[in-house]
Design a protein around this ligand. Structure first.
Ligand code: FPP
Length: 262
């Protein structure tokens, strides 16, 4: 059972309108510990301006910077951004090249400010698929930011929730076959330890921008009890007030984890 949402009052503004987001995030007051974001709408943002898609992704990278800052300022400890899905490899080669080049550039240009700001970067997903140069840039950024304690930032690249679950099952099967694991001991905690998010809290809030209402293979295991908030804003336009609105919406939800209230 998912948590039931309380209906919005007439005075409450719809999501996706930053002008109406007067409510700043209040640390401690129903604040999510971990937010996951499906950043959607770069292409539509570019098309609506007659620009190439690459410029939509570039503007999306600016929104990434703003959102990381806003999340850290709100006192939220964990942020996972879906930057490149397993399915994104099927996009035209020039778009894949633009996106991977942008991510590499971002890693290099942002690493010192992330480290300075106490932001620990980790990359989840099949990083090897991007080639040696990118794998090196990711490793260097992870090492340079490893001391950060203010915000844990995960960037999901070549990531797919089903593939992650299958890989975890395969690893466990190998351990059973090798005689190092008793199948009777496989429980949810054992399973979660095989995932790329081992040791991290599950996301409490998943945000998707651009008005689409799907999980698209993002954190499937981890989001079992997450609140879902869909915002009608294209990712390159995303800013602190949108984040504050999503957090305020989260604070209004009643989370039941399958239990009954009264
Ligand atoms: C979805 O928009 C977005 C992506 C596929 C990529 C997200 C990448 C970024 C925000 C920029 C780089 C990331 C980092 C971490 C620096 P879409 O292209 O599917 O848009 P559409 O649905 O409007 O076509």
């Amino acid at each position: 059972m998912s948590a039931a949402a309380k209906p919005l009052g007439p005075a409450e503004q719809p999501l996706g309108t930053p002008e109406s987001a007067a409510e700043p995030a209040r640390p401690g007051a129903g604040l999510p510990q971990h937010i996951g974001i499906i950043m959607d709408g770069n292409g539509r943002w570019a098309a609506s301006r007659g620009l190439p898609r690459a410029l939509g992704h570039k503007a999306g990278a600016e929104a990434v910077r703003r959102t990381i800052e806003a999340t850290a300022r709100a006192g939220i400890g964990w942020l996972t951004l879906f930057a490149f899905s397993s399915e994104n490899w099927q996009r035209p080669a020039d778009e894949v090249r633009d996106l991977t080049g942008l991510m590499r550039m971002y890693l290099r240009s942002e690493v010192s400010s992330l480290a300075r700001e106490g932001i620990r970067l980790r990359v989840i997903g099949e990083r090897e698929r991007f080639g040696a140069e990118t794998v090196r840039a990711i490793g260097a950024a992870e090492t340079a930011t490893a001391h950060g304690t203010r915000l844990n930032l995960n960037v999901a690249v070549s990531y797919g929730g089903r593939a992650e679950i299958v890989a975890a099952a395969r690893d466990l099967a190998r351990q059973v076959a090798a005689g190092t694991l008793d199948p009777e001991q496989v429980d949810m905690a054992t399973f979660a330890r095989q995932l790329s998010t081992a040791g991290m809290p599950d996301p409490d809030l998943i945000i998707r921008t651009s008005g689409e209402q799907r999980l698209s293979n993002f954190l499937l295991w981890q989001s079992a009890y997450a609140e879902l908030v869909f915002q009608d804003v294209l990712w390159p336009d995303y800013d602190a007030p949108h984040l504050a609105q999503a957090i305020a919406e989260f604070a209004r939800r009643e989370r039941r984890y399958g239990l009954r209230v009264a």
